[in-house]
Design a protein around this ligand. Structure first.
Ligand SMILES: O=c1ccn([C@@H]2O[C@H](COP(=O)(O)OP(=O)(O)O[C@H]3O[C@H](CO)[C@@H](O)[C@H](O)[C@H]3O)[C@@H](O)[C@H]2O)c(=O)[nH]1
Ligand SMILES: [Mn+2]
Length: 871
């Protein structure tokens, strides 16, 4: 087994013999129980009255340290109340409108009328799903200085909780090692005690290139990290730091800065050249497979059939940085892959990291990042700790989610890549209910929440003293059931004196967590850490064991534990399970964005990404975890939160009515029929009222959220574009999958390296996703031309009814405009295949309608040709 851990530059792993005075568990002679108690006391579990501050000379600081670490900032009532009023009004208007529509069928176009009315009812329903979870939006504020006062007292060991950082990568060609290296460097350089941070990289591609790049990155970190800390630079990802176009001398006082920065930039450029050389070399696999620097073959030469690999860099025994300080641990992990075993993509990779980190470091919190999401704010983890370590609110918090922010998106954000409407409106809304959904990256988890436990029950105010002998926490009784902690936060591993009990619970635990006694024991250490007695070699051996591909067989991994399997959007499912168990999550938006990543900016890649998300949602919708029917028994999921989860799984289905609704105007224009009867002045009031209420909710929403009107409009446009392409395909593929078992293959999105001219934006790749929107666009344009020429031929009286139809057609065209731009590419060149297909479909379609109901017959002469003469 050990043979599969890598030998190149092996640093004997050690956790137990730490010396540093800042180590939170350096009182190693005290037992676990005492240490836990101790920590709890320090966390401020004592009520304010019991706090003994006579010993502390600085009363002011003590007072400050007792203050809450964060605060809810409600949205101003002058902004939120009008918003709510308009929502209610809109609901009433909508009901009146639908009533009118149902009671007034169009007899000569019954089919059109019926279709449109079904669509409208569905739109109304999906609006409700989207709207009501935004009833209680909130903002939050954190107090980093209080966190520091409370847990980082001078002369005492640092009490901040350790955090394990997980980074996932799979394909070095699409996810360039330089991007991953930057992410890793930003993590290693974060503003947090180094001995409390460990960074785990999961390499699902088992790529030697990724491995060697990481080894190189570890070396470069020895220079980069002290530089960042010395000059407090931001961001701490070198690529982004050196490409910032701001005045880098602002606020800098040290005279050596300019010189050192210049030297550092040189170093980074050399580093970059080395990484690029590795990548260039890696494009062609040598005939005999890759050979490591020590001459042995790379164990991951067959990416689908290879042993598990772990390599520890840096950390306690990994040498110091150039200034003589320790660096955080960096661990390369590539889980075992064998044919015939499901690997469950990112979710499987994350679960492997949960176990490896449980064995090696067992931090009570873990930060999850995609390889392209670097730490943009070096205090991000501290921000999260303001919630997770808060003695009042913390215990029930399963994770702290940060918004995703992006670099390298075109200024106008043509395809709504930034997703601001979701991140600044919907997520803030959820934060006021039971917490934001987990979006896959930029999230700090509580380890215990990932282990499938429920949040601690009991009074909101923490108990004064916790006592393990007291029957109310009877860990001896509760432990075998292992699903609930006592009110004091967790079971106590020293609670056994009966061997039989111990054996029984041991068996239960192994059924749940798998056959690793060391890992199982680690799950019981609620406050983290590894047993002081364990030897590094044994731990490493166990770490290899827990990433073997059969490890999860007959356990609860992926069903109840860790990242949940069963959907390509594992993130939604994982967060959903936690909320169902009664946890709450927190949305944290520091002023300086905590993390930044890249997004696919060209049309085809973007549509494919959206397709993947939508398919994931459809999968969840049809699964046993569907928020429509899952989790009522526990009764822990708040109903508005459920509504939001239902919305995230049913939204792809809106593509069907949307598709119908987008073709209706064209049909109407071509046939001369309309979805509504001639309307009276009274009825037109409904329309105006509905239109106004939609408009005003939009405006008021933008007012409380601070989202700009342009961002909102891009979102609307992309809702239609994605709706009639990606979401539509997702529904079809999802149905194929459950009905016929046909699976779709997806690859990761490529992480473009920054380029100035946005070449990427104009890159065009052919995909079938483009056909439906193009067709819709073409038939609507044809419809507009036909409708106008028809009206010209028929004189004045026909302009009235035409107006309504043209309005709908323009609505469609305007929404699809960015799509049209995308089709044109930079050189205004549309790939012929798209044109051919769309023109073909559009003309078949138009001809069909013209034949069935030729409006030309009503007019005397041919239409278009005479137009020129008549005008
Ligand atoms: O077999 C695999 C496949 C993917 N990944 C990683 O998963 C992450 C996400 O993949 P990406 O192609 O970048 O997907 P995006 O659409 O950009 O990702 C968003 O949506 C995904 C699905 O909801 C989430 O998993 C991501 O965290 C979230 O950022 C990347 O770090 C990959 O390296 C693996 O580790 N193993
Ligand atoms: Mn991504």
């Amino acid at each position: 087994m050990m043979g599969s851990s890598l030998h190149k530059r092996v640093h004997p792993y050690s956790v137990s013999d730490e010396q540093g005075s800042a180590r939170w568990d350096d009182k190693k002679d005290i037992g676990w129980k005492e240490r836990m108690e101790d920590w709890k006391m320090q966390q401020g579990n004592l009520g304010p009255a019991e706090f003994d501050d006579s010993a502390d000379p600085d009363m002011g600081i003590v007072d400050e340290a007792r203050q809450p670490l964060s605060r809810k900032v409600p949205i101003a009532s002058s902004k939120i109340n009008p918003y709510r009023m308009v929502i209610v009004t809109r609901l009433v208007v909508l009901a009146l409108f639908l009533r009118y529509r149902i009671l007034n069928p169009v007899h000569d176009a019954f089919g059109l009328w019926l279709t449109s009315i079904i669509c409208e009812i569905w739109f109304a329903f999906s609006w409700i799903l989207d709207q009501f979870p935004k009833w209680f939006p909130i903002d939050r504020e954190t107090y980093l200085d209080r966190l520091s006062l409370r847990y980082e007292r001078e002369g005492e060991p640092n009490m901040l909780a350790p955090a394990d950082v997980f980074v996932s990568t799979v394909d070095p060609m699409k996810e360039p090692p330089l991007v991953t290296a930057n992410t890793v460097l930003s993590i290693l350089a974060m503003d947090y005690p180094v001995d409390k941070i460990s960074c785990y990289i999961s390499d699902d591609g088992a790529s030697m290139c990724t491995f060697e790049a990481l080894s190189e990155t570890a070396e470069f970190a020895r220079k980069w990290v002290p530089f960042c800390k010395k000059f407090s630079i931001e961001p701490r990802a070198p690529e982004m730091y050196f490409s910032e176009k701001i005045d880098y001398l602002k606020d800098k006082v040290q005279p050596t800065f300019v010189k050192e920065r210049r030297a550092m930039k040189r170093e980074y450029e050399e580093f970059k050249v080395r990484i690029n050389a590795m990548v260039a070399k890696a494009t062609k696999v040598p005939p005999g497979g890759w050979i490591m620097q020590d001459g042995t073959p790379w164990p991951g030469n067959n990416t689908k059939d290879h042993p598990g690999m772990i390599q520890v860099f840096l950390g306690q025994n990994g040498g110091l940085d150039v200034e003589g300080n320790e660096l955080p641990r960096l661990v390369y992990v590539s889980r075992e892959k064998r044919p015939g075993f499901q690997h469950h993509k990112k979710a499987g990779a994350m679960n492997a990291l949960v176990r490896v980190s449980g064995v090696l470091t067992n931090a009570p919190f873990m930060l999850n990042l995609d390889c392209d999401h670097y730490l943009n704010n070096s205090k991000a983890v501290r921000e999260a700790m303001c919630f997770l370590m808060d003695p009042q609110v913390g215990k029930k918090v399963c994770y702290v989610q940060f918004p995703q922010r992006f670099d390298g998106i075109d200024r106008h954000d043509r395809y709504a890549n930034r997703n601001t409407v979701f991140f600044d409106i919907n997520m803030k809304g959820l934060d006021g209910i039971q917490g934001p959904v987990y979006v896959g990256t930029g999230c700090v988890f509580r380890r215990q929440a990932l282990y499938g436990y429920e949040p601690p029950k009991g009074p909101k105010r923490p108990r004064m003293v916790s006592c393990d002998c007291c029957p109310c926490f009877g860990s001896r009784k509760k432990l075998p059931k292992y699903s609930k902690h006592g009110a004091n936060g967790g079971p106590d591993i020293h609670g056994f004196d009966d061997d039989k009990e111990l054996m029984k619970s041991q068996m239960n635990f192994e059924k749940k967590f798998g056959q690793s006694p060391i890992f199982v024991t680690s799950t019981l250490m609620v406050e983290g850490g590894v047993p002081p007695s364990s030897s590094p070699a044994a731990l490493l051996k166990e770490a290899i064991h827990v990433i073997s591909c059969g490890y999860e067989d007959k356990t609860e991994w992926g069903t109840e534990l860790g990242w949940i399997y069963g959907s390509i959007t594992e993130d939604i499912l994982t967060g959903f399970k936690m909320h169902c168990r009664g946890w709450r999550s927190i949305y944290c938006m520091p002023k300086r964005p905590a993390f930044k990543g890249s997004a696919p900016i060209n049309l085809s890649d973007r549509l494919n990404q959206v397709l993947r998300w939508a398919l994931g949602s459809v999968e969840i919708f049809f699964s046993h975890h569907s928020p429509v029917w899952y989790g009522y028994k526990a009764g822990q999921l708040k109903w508005l939160e459920r509504l939001a989860y239902i919305n995230t799984t049913v939204y792809p289905f809106t593509s069907l009515p949307l598709l119908a609704y987008c073709t209706l105007p064209a049909i109407c224009l071509l046939t001369g029929k309309f979805i509504m009867p001639e309307i009276s002045t009274f009825a037109s009031l409904f329309f105006i009222a509905l239109f106004l209420s939609i408009f005003i909710t939009g405006i008021l929403e933008l007012r409380w959220s601070g989202v700009s009107i342009e961002e909102w409009w891009r979102n609307e446009q992309f809702w239609v574009i994605g709706g009639v392409s990606a979401h539509l395909f997702a529904v079809v593929q999802g149905l194929l999958k459950i009905l016929a078992g046909i699976d779709t293959n997806f690859t990761v999105t490529s992480k473009a390296s920054d380029d100035e001219d946005f070449e990427e934006l104009y890159a065009f790749k052919w995909t079938t996703l483009l056909i439906p929107p193009t067709t819709i666009l073409v038939i609507n344009l044809v419809g507009v031309v036909a409708g106008i020429s028809d009206a010209i031929n028929n004189g004045y009286q026909s302009w009235g009814p035409l107006f309504g139809k043209l309005f709908f057609a323009f609505w469609v065209i305007v929404h699809l405009y960015p799509f049209l731009k995308g089709l044109m590419g930079r050189q205004n060149r549309t790939p012929t295949i798209v044109v051919i297909w769309s023109v073909l479909l559009a003309s078949i379609f138009s001809l069909l309608w013209v034949r069935i109901d030729p409006f030309i017959s009503r007019t005397k002469g041919p239409t278009t040709k005479q137009c020129g003469i008549n005008c």
